[in-house]
Design a protein around this ligand. Sequence first.
Ligand SMILES: [Zn+2]
Ligand SMILES: [Zn+2]
Length: 94
Amino acid sequence: MPDIEIPCIQCKEIFQFTEKEQEIFYERNLMPPQRCPQCRGKKAGQAQAESGSKFEIVCDHCGKHDKVPFQPKVGRPVLCKDCYNASRSRARVA
Ligand SMILES: [Zn+2]
Ligand SMILES: [Zn+2]
């Protein structure tokens, strides 16, 4: 099987779908890739950033539901973005 050239559906660059990759895809019964390796990498990175580090919180101050990029500590007050920023600016003023 020769290498196949596939135009990336995302950036329109032509990339090589190599013989080796074709074998792997064929073995696993997968569809040929539609994105070049760069775009595939980007997509994986994005998915990780979106799903990896968001924690649902309920603001201790205003009761609003929010998502924060860190694991809230149990027993510690958690603040939504607004209250957090407000408390920070207040702290700066005082
Ligand atoms: Zn691409
Ligand atoms: Zn709040």
